[in-house]
Each structure stands twice: as structure tokens, then as C-alpha cells.
Design a protein around this ligand. Structure first.
Ligand SMILES: [Zn+2]
Length: 260
């Protein structure tokens, strides 16, 4: 019995438990952790003040399809880029930011008028959150029966949100006639939205509203203008680096080649 006790060494066991708890606590707050707020809503920290949000929709073929958006924090508020697919998903993000992070959303921006960007609009309007969009999204939202944004800019807009400069730019028609991109120079994060494909995308995806030739031109411009981007966020799928811009350009080259 004595031998067994010695083998057991309760003090060592307690130390081991303490180490395990520490590791778990560290993992839970680690920057690379993904937090599951709901089956269809996840968030992941990309930089001290910046989070990626991922929402999911089941496609007609039964496969769940993710969409990316961003959250930028000040010390006490949040700026939301894109809303998730529907008001319920948007409400989950808004509640988490308000109640858990204690940084309620005071401003939002939508990057074009498709449901993966603007489907959650009603939840934002219900909470009287001002929502910025490119003026081209007004007509497109109407065409797609989406709830319109509240404030519009002509081509580009730049402003500060907390410690971050935000540059929202209409680079020309591409995936959609109204698609905009967002540049956050302080953290060198480039949000390409649906104008940029993930590295695993083997096609341009949904192109019913796309202008392929214009998209091809704007990818040349984006590669030149955002050379310093360290992180590139596509509309769907895994985030990456500048290689996503080159990859999207390659997909467009192939698409144009097929039509010639
Ligand atoms: Zn779209």
C-alpha cells in the first residue's frame, strides 16, 4: 500500500492538474483560438483590436458554406464589417460584442449587396446602428430585396475608428457591381471580401453579377496597391497572405482564356 501511495504521489498529481488547467486557460485566451458562439457563428482574433467573424449557410446541395467579416475594436466600442447571412447571426455577433466583450457595435459597413454581406441588416437597424455602404449598393440591395444601408459614400471613404485608420475603397466592378475592399494599415490587414478568393477556390464561384474583365483589371490594381498587406481576408474560406490576390488573378486569367 505504501508503495502504491508513493507511486500515486498526490502532490505531483495536483501539480499536473494545475499545469493542465494553466494550459487550457492559455489556449482559451490564445490569439489563434476560434470561439464558437453558435453552430453558425464563430469569431477568431487576428490582431489585438481585430477579430474575424465567420458565419455559415447551408447551400442547396446541403454543404455548409462559410462567409468572413471583420470586427474592429476601440477601448469601448466595435465597428462591424459585413453582417453574416441573416438577422439571427447578426444578433448573435451584436450580443457577444455588447455583453461579453462589452464593446457594443456603434458603426457598421457592408461590402456589397449580397446576403452573405447584408443579410443581417434588419438586426442592425433594429438597434439603430448606422451602416455605411458604397452608393452602388443602394440599387443593388433593392434589386436583391435586401434591407438597405443607412449611409452612403460615392467611391472611397476613410476614417479613424479607435486606433485604426479605415479605408473603404470601390476599386471597380468585380464579383459584384458594387463590391468594395477595406484596408486597415495599422495592422496591415486587407479585407478583399468577395473580390478575393481563398487559396482553395478553384473557380470564381457565384458570378451572376460579376464583371469578369473589370475584375481582372482591378486585381492588377489591388496587387499593386496593397503590396504591404500581411493578412488578406477573402469573402469565403481561409484567410491568407498576398498570394490570395495572385491566386484570384490567376482564376480570372483562366476564366478570360476560356472565353477567347
Ligand atoms: Zn457576393
Amino acid at each position: 500500500m505504501v508503495k502504491t501511495n508513493r507511486l500515486f504521489r498526490p502532490a505531483a498529481l495536483l501539480t499536473l492538474i494545475a499545469i493542465c488547467l494553466t494550459v487550457e486557460a492559455t489556449a482559451a485566451t490564445s490569439d489563434s483560438s476560434t470561439y464558437h458562439l453558435h453552430d453558425e457563428v464563430q469569431v477568431r482574433r487576428l490582431a489585438p483590436d481585430i477579430w474575424l467573424h465567420i458565419t455559415w449557410k447551408r447551400l442547396a446541395n446541403g454543404y455548409p458554406f462559410p462567409a468572413n467579416g471583420l470586427i474592429v475594436h476601440t477601448d469601448s466600442t466595435s465597428f462591424l464589417i459585413d453582417t453574416g447571412y441573416n438577422p439571427a447571426q447578426a444578433a448573435i455577433l451584436l450580443d457577444w460584442l455588447e455583453k461579453v466583450r462589452q464593446k457594443p457595435v456603434t458603426l457598421a459597413l457592408v461590402t456589397h449587396a449580397h446576403d452573405d454581406r447584408m443579410g443581417g441588416m434588419p438586426a442592425l437597424l433594429q438597434r439603430k446602428i448606422p451602416v455605411l455602404a458604397n452608393i452602388r449598393s443602394l440599387r443593388e440591395a433593392d434589386r436583391h430585396s435586401l434591407t438597405a444601408a443607412t449611409h452612403y459614400f460615392q467611391r472611397d471613404t476613410s476614417f479613424s475608428f479607435g486606433r485604426h485608420a479605415v479605408h473603404a475603397v470601390f476599386p471597380g466592378a468585380g464579383h459584384a457591381p458594387d463590391n468594395i475592399v477595406v484596408w486597415l494599415p495599422r495592422s496591415s490587414i486587407f479585407f478583399g471580401g468577395c473580390a478575393v478568393k481563398s487559396i482553395r477556390s478553384q473557380s470564381l464561384g457565384y458570378t451572376a453579377d460579376a464583371d469578369i474583365e473589370s475584375w481582372h483589371k482591378l486585381m492588377t490594381m489591388l496587387q499593386r496597391e496593397y503590396q504591404t498587406a500581411e493578412l488578406v481576408v477573402p469573402g469565403h474560406g481561409a484567410i491568407g497572405t498576398k498570394e490570395l490576390l495572385l491566386h484570384t488573378y490567376g482564376l480570372l486569367e483562366s476564366a478570360i482564356g476560356e472565353h477567347e
